[in-house]
Ligand binder design. Sequence first.
Ligand code: FES
Length: 105
Amino acid sequence: MPDTLEKVAQTDQKSPGQMKLVELGDERNLVVNLEGEFHAVDEVCSHAFAPLSEGGLSGEEVECPLHGGVFSVKSGEALSPPPSEGLTVYSIRVEGNDILVGPPN
Ligand code: FES
């Protein structure tokens, strides 16, 4: 993960309620548009490393496609087992049409 914010996408590429996998260095991040507010968390499930970008998004909750664990994309908190560990939340900023993601909050 770079020390600074890096452009990963454009706001017009993601409608509200959509999520996108972005790769920054060795990290896989999930960028989510919640009603025009953007959030970034780990894209890899903390339980057994499934890709959350292939899961389902319902409101601010993403459900893992492998065992159905649920996380908040705002706080990273694990809301439903089997995961007991949450996701890292990353800094995110919108500048014009650009979405920038950076180090963990
Ligand atoms: S890998 Fe995500 S809940 Fe098991």
